[in-house]
Design a protein around this ligand. Structure first.
Ligand code: BEZ
Ligand code: FE
Length: 272
């Protein structure tokens, strides 16, 4: 017997329920989200048990979040949504530095550091590295007074916020360019590391035979008044995981050579 009330009529009812929202953008986003969700349920023939598993998965994801751990960002990253949002919002010129994911381990308020100072604490393991270059426009004009918020994992492959034994703000620092737009950051060579797998996202990766590695990288958030902030990484060309980043964040233009201990990289910002 064919149903009297079809799934199409049901979808229309739900879509129309958003028509009175005062915010037209909210209506548009919710209508699209609901339409795709309904299509997903129909296309997969989703069972009640599978829908409940999905709800339990999202509930567990929420329970895993606190002020140090953001499992929803990790989920968005590993489903490729964070990188897709970057791509959809990329409004920079061809010559500008490519953006990649922010990730869940950015911490605002890192200490201001002098030109050439190390973000690694005294006595840190790991091989020393200097990353230097110019913050500039696509036309080559150097940008003074730009800030570079830099963070990376320790040589042991953990962010400071992942382990209370690590000194807070280790491997983090904010640098400022001089009049010539130059910056110099000292650190340790970044290492490949695994994203946290002790929560629902790890369960999803294991269930699907996926790897949890991120290729070695140093994070940069580069800002200057009047210019678009770029959030990006520089990746180590020697990493064996460049081709299989768990969060799909690698871009060829961001891969650099860390092998000599001195790495050059210019950040190119677009005006607002
Ligand atoms: C990171 O690079 O810090 C990162 C990005 C996405 C997920 C986990 C970690
Ligand atoms: Fe990272």
């Amino acid at each position: 017997m064919s149903p009297v009330f079809t799934v199409d009529q049901h979808l229309t009812d739900v879509l129309e329920s958003f028509d009175e929202a005062a915010n037209p953008r909210l209506t548009k986003v919710l209508r699209s989200l609901v339409a795709h969700l309904h299509a997903f349920v129909v296309e997969t023939g989703l069972t009640r048990e599978e829908w409940m598993s999905g709800i339990e998965f999202l509930t567990a994801t929420g329970h895993k979040c606190d002020d140090r751990r953001q499992e929803f960002i990790l989920l968005s990253d590993t489903l490729g949504v964070s990188m897709l949002v970057e791509m959809v919002n990329q409004d920079s010129s061809d010559g500008a530095t490519e953006a990649t994911v922010l990730g869940p381990f950015y911490v605002p308020g890192a200490p201001e550091r002098a030109m050439g100072e190390s973000i690694a604490p005294e006595g840190s393991n790991g091989v020393e590295i200097v990353i230097s270059g110019v913050v500039r426009t696509a036309g080559g004009e150097p940008l003074s007074d730009a800030t570079l918020d830099v963070w990376q994992v320790t040589p042991e492959g953990l962010y400071d916020v992942q382990d209370p034994a690590i000194e807070p703000m280790s491997h983090r620092g904010v640098f400022r360019t001089g009049d010539d737009g130059r910056f110099q950051v000292r650190s340790t060579v970044p290492v490949d590391y695994q994203i946290p797998t002790d929560g629902p996202v790890g369960k999803m990766l294991r269930a699907t035979g996926r790897l949890s590695w991120r290729p070695a990288h140093t994070h940069f958030m580069v800002s200057r008044p009047g210019y678009k902030t770029v959030i990006t990484h520089v990746f180590d060309a020697a990493s064996p995981h460049l081709g299989a980043d768990a969060v799909f964040g690698v871009r060829d233009s961001l891969v650099v050579d860390f092998s000599t201990g001195e790495t050059g990289f210019d950040f190119v910002l677009d005006p607002i």
